[in-house]
Design a protein around this ligand. Structure first.
Ligand code: HEM
Length: 537
């Protein structure tokens, strides 16, 4: 539509990158004036003071002085690549999203892999979860699948996220340790947060030190919804299965690489793509009718649980190939802005309290990271479908919709941007019935924190079990507060007897007595006390 093209302001091509920066063979100022000497400031005599008049120096220095933008508050260290997604099996029975129903279409994607904990310059091979965020530039708008390489998360409720992140980031007084979970504050928090037990098993397993970004699974983690053209909803979990299979480093390799080649994963991804060895992942879905949620044995809104694949098989529906490295790290990998709230018609949210909180957080943080509301106009973030609305102005806005109409409803010429009904492709939220008493409390169905942690540990092979035990010996060996070590042993006692015995032996501490689930004094107990009373703000 002409209105849409005009609104994009990108030379009439909706979603096309912004105006090209013209380059030539002569240096110019930002105003395009040719420069005769870029290496000497203007001064009063060859040994005299610099002159205020030197606008060239002022411009160059001003720009350099403002090169940094805030790094992401989490997932600061990352590497990205472009590629495409091709669907081979339509999910039309479950969703109206064209990206998941139209098998003839190739959808461009940008993926950013990351560590969670370390700063932008930290080492790639630290023990950590890895981010696996995919931006699908679909014909119906942008869909972001913002996941990790681990299928569960540390906490059940987004209100705990600032505490979790404060606890694993460097301690605020001395800013150490960088990119390591092996310290007092992290294990203090974990030992008081038993819902983290399951993810702790994954991060201390070999999954916490992947061999390559190309050899990681990806998980959307939360329960999402697919909604079909009749408005029926099916719960869904998304999976990425790497064609190169899942591979890990061993701890000794990870530690040495952190010193010898801190860019190990970043380099591996770029080198593979440059060499034409394009990494591929199959997109899988687990589908669960709302009436069948009892089958999985856990609350589907609890992000610390996975759905057993024996009960709800993963069906592969398409393949993603990454085949192009970014040309510029900053404008693509650094400035890409993912958001769980970016969904397209046919994909919707569940009431998972972690997901609901994320849907607030990403926009909020990006407003800060990009100093204003216009980051969706950056080329890497522009949809490849028309953008057409009456939002305008603000810092760094470089294209507004032309003409005099900037409001709705309107009837004057030039105001063609109208809403579309569901039948015309408009997004309609799933008509979920909601109701309840306002409370600050979670349902009892969120209170089993250990069964899947135990299942995970006990399903490992012997060398994998040893790796988890050794990882926890190393991690808890770095903790300097005995009470925290002891409380962590209480948590491990709820997972597996051999695990706790071998870690306790290494720390020269007694194995906690008491039966599983009583060995721990935790914030769960505190929160149960609190929820028994009326909620206090
Ligand atoms: C960034 C995944 C939970 C807040 C990210 C990124 C990933 C990710 C992959 C990096 C995106 C990129 O490459 O640019 C996850 C997963 C979670 C989770 C899988 C749990 C299932 C949360 C929660 C919050 C949160 C609960 C807050 C309520 C953030 C913020 C960023 C971020 C603020 C930085 C975004 C930016 O600056 O663009 N997350 N996250 N995350 N996440 Fe999460």
């Amino acid at each position: 539509a002409p209105a849409a093209e005009a609104a994009s302001g990108m030379g009439g091509v909706p979603g096309a990158p912004g105006p090209e920066v013209k380059t030539g063979d002569r240096l110019t100022s930002n105003q395009g004036v040719r420069i005769s000497d870029d290496q000497n400031t203007l001064r009063a005599g060859t040994r005299g003071p610099s002159l205020l008049e030197d606008g060239l120096f002022r411009e160059k220095m001003m720009h350099f002085d403002h090169e940094r933008i805030p790094e992401r508050v989490v997932h600061a260290r990352g590497a990205g690549a472009h590629g495409s997604f091709r669907l081979h099996t339509s999910l039309a029975q479950f969703t109206r999203a064209k990206v998941l129903t139209d098998t003839g279409v190739t959808t461009p994607v940008f993926v950013r892999f990351s560590t969670v904990n370390g700063s932008r310059g930290s080492a790639d091979t630290a023990r950590d979860a890895r981010g696996f965020a995919t931006k699908f530039y679909t014909s119906e708008g942008v869909w972001d699948l913002v996941g990790n390489n681990i299928p569960v998360f540390f906490i059940q409720d987004a209100i705990k996220f600032p505490d979790l992140v404060h606890s694993f980031k460097p301690e605020p007084n001395v800013e150490i340790p960088q990119a390591s979970t092996a310290h007092d504050t992290f294990y203090d928090f974990i030992s008081l947060t038993p819902e983290s037990a399951h993810m702790l098993m994954w991060t201390t397993s070999d999954r916490g030190i992947p061999r390559s970004y190309r050899m990681m699974e990806g998980f959307g983690i939360h329960t999402f919804r697919l909604v079909n053209s009749s408005g029926d909803s099916t719960f869904v979990k998304f999976h990425w299965k790497p064609r190169l299979s899942v591979r890990s480093l061993v701890w000794d390799e990870a530690q040495k690489l952190a010193g010898v080649d801190p860019d190990f994963h970043r380099r591996d991804l770029a080198d593979a793509i440059n060499a034409g060895a394009y990494p591929q992942w199959d997109l899988g879905v687990q589908l669960l009718a709302e009436k069948d949620t009892g089958k999985v044995g856990f609350d589907v809104l609890d992000a610390t649980k996975l759905w057993p694949e024996e009960t709800v098989p993963v069906q592969l529906v398409g393949t993603m190939t990454l085949n192009r490295n970014p040309q510029n790290y900053f404008t693509e990998t650094e400035q890409v802005a993912f958001h769980t709230g970016h969904v397209v018609p046919g994909i919707d949210f569940s009431d998972d309290p972690l997901l609901q909180g994320r849907n607030f957080s990403y926009l909020d943080t990006q407003l800060n990271r990009f100093s204003g509301p216009n980051f969706s106009q950056l080329p890497i973030n522009q949809p490849h479908s028309p953008v057409n609305n009456f939002q305008q102005d603000g810092f760094m806005r470089y294209a507004n919709r032309p003409g005099r109409i900037n409001y709705e409803p309107n009837s004057l010429p030039g105001g063609e941007a109208h809403e579309s009904s569901a039948a015309q492709g408009g997004f309609v939220s799933y008509a979920e019935p909601v109701g309840g008493t306002k409370v600050r409390a979670r349902s009892d169905t969120f209170s089993d924190h250990f069964s899947q942690a135990t299942l995970f540990f006990q399903s490992m092979t012997e060398p994998e079990k040893q790796h988890i035990i050794q990882a926890l010996q190393f991690e808890l060996g770095k903790v300097t507060v005995k009470a925290v070590q002891q409380r962590m042993l209480g948590l491990l006692a709820n997972i597996d007897t051999r695990l706790v015995t071998e870690v306790a032996g290494y720390l020269s501490l007694p194995v906690p007595s008491g039966s599983p689930n009583t060995a721990i004094g935790t914030s769960d107990a505190l929160s149960q006390e609190k929820t028994a009373k009326p909620s206090a703000r």
